[in-house]
Design a binder for this molecule. Structure first.
Ligand SMILES: NC(=O)c1ccc[n+]([C@@H]2O[C@H](COP(=O)([O-])OP(=O)(O)OC[C@H]3O[C@@H](n4cnc5c(N)ncnc54)[C@H](OP(=O)(O)O)[C@@H]3O)[C@@H](O)[C@H]2O)c1
Length: 312
């Protein structure tokens, strides 16, 4: 029997939150659930319970969640199809006697948000509200590390940043702040029952601003040019990026699995203003000011996204 189950614990956020929770949580109060337990052999060697759980496999989730009080449901990656996966996780949590689900959603969740990822999160939020379980939503803004390593690093090399983001703004959040907020909520879930938190960085920025910061950090000019969604799609097609997410597709050179339908619709959501969300929630939850994009960019400059070291 454990107090907290982290589902999706082998990913970057799961690892960071595990590290933070272990500062105040007994090993026996934590269960780590992953599709691939081999990735958490270090934690298993420390005596922490590591169980296999795949969102498509209900029986694995039943066994993995059994007896816990709080589930940290880290959203999956299977865009367009993960609504059903998250439903499996919610149903397994109900059968397992879980009381409270803390869920990683995304900034700007609205029914008409064109971003594919927001559509999935919108439905899972509705499903969680209908489940009868206690819930907390952590609507995470775009990670600053993605802006830095995946959007700006190549733009600094080419001098060009061409996105379908128009003049829209967003408030990118450092992964360390996302992790700190999640860990604080998981430590004391009753304090956060029913809360919908917008986990953002400290500044709303458009891509003119972001290109300017990037140019200063890299000491190299970056010209931001807004393009149409069709032009953005044509660029991704030209580099051979698959349009639809497939868990078996090859890794991108930046170390991540990307499908262009996700990226183009995410740009459109920024252009249409859905990501222009700025909140004080990180400070309210953690007591710490969130890190600026400039600071993250300085810290992770030139580091491939999947090789960025945890700072918490
Ligand atoms: N706010 C943002 O900018 C942003 C950006 C990217 C993603 N996200 C979302 O935030 C989540 C956490 O971010 P992250 O950086 O930790 O991502 P990550 O490093 O890619 O980790 C994803 C985690 O989800 C698990 N997972 C994926 N599909 C699963 C399935 N079908 N069943 C069970 N587990 C599954 C993975 O398990 P394995 O290790 O076994 O594969 C891994 O533990 C992501 O999963 C994604 O939904 C947010």
């Amino acid at each position: 029997m454990s107090r907290i189950v982290i589902s999706g614990a082998s990913g970057d956020l799961g690892r960071r939150v595990t590290k933070l929770l272990l500062k105040n949580t007994a090993h026996e109060d934590l269960t780590l659930v992953t599709r691939t337990p081999g990735k958490l052999s270090d934690r298993a060697a420390q005596g922490i319970r590591v169980l296999q759980g795949e969102y498509q496999d209900r029986e694995s989730l039943d066994a993995a969640y059994l007896g816990a009080e709080t589930l940290f449901l880290i959203s999956g990656l299977n865009l367009g199809r993960r609504i059903a996966e998250h439903r499996n996780a919610i149903a397994a949590a109900q059968r397992a006697g879980i009381r409270h689900i803390v869920y990683t959603s995304v900034s700007g969740v609205q029914p008409n948000n064109p971003a594919m990822s927001a559509k999935d999160h919108y439905q899972t939020e509705l499903d969680l509200r209908a489940s009868g379980l206690k819930f907390t939503f952590l609507r995470n803004a775009l990670y600053s590390e993605i802006v830095s390593s995946i959007q700006i690093a190549p733009a600094a090399a080419s001098g060009r940043l061409e996105m379908a983001t128009g003049s829209g703004s967003l408030a990118p959040a450092a992964k360390a702040d996302v992790a700190r907020a999640a860990a604080a909520v998981l430590q004391d879930p009753q304090e956060h029952e029913g809360a919908v938190y917008e986990i953002t960085g400290p500044q709303l920025l458009n891509y003119e601003d972001i290109a300017r910061i990037g140019a200063e950090i890299y000491d190299s000019p970056i010209a931001y040019t807004p393009v149409t969604p069709e032009e953005r799609q044509a660029f991704f097609d030209s580099i051979g990026m698959p349009r639809t997410y497939d868990p078996n597709m090859p890794l991108n050179p930046d170390g991540h699995l990307w499908a262009s339908d996700e990226l183009v619709t995410a740009d459109m959501a920024v252009a249409q203003g859905y990501q222009a969300v700025l909140s004080q929630h990180v400070k309210q939850i953690t007591g710490q000011e969130p890190e600026t994009l400039r600071s993250v960019m300085e810290r992770v400059k030139s580091t491939r996204y999947d090789l960025i070291e945890e700072t918490v």
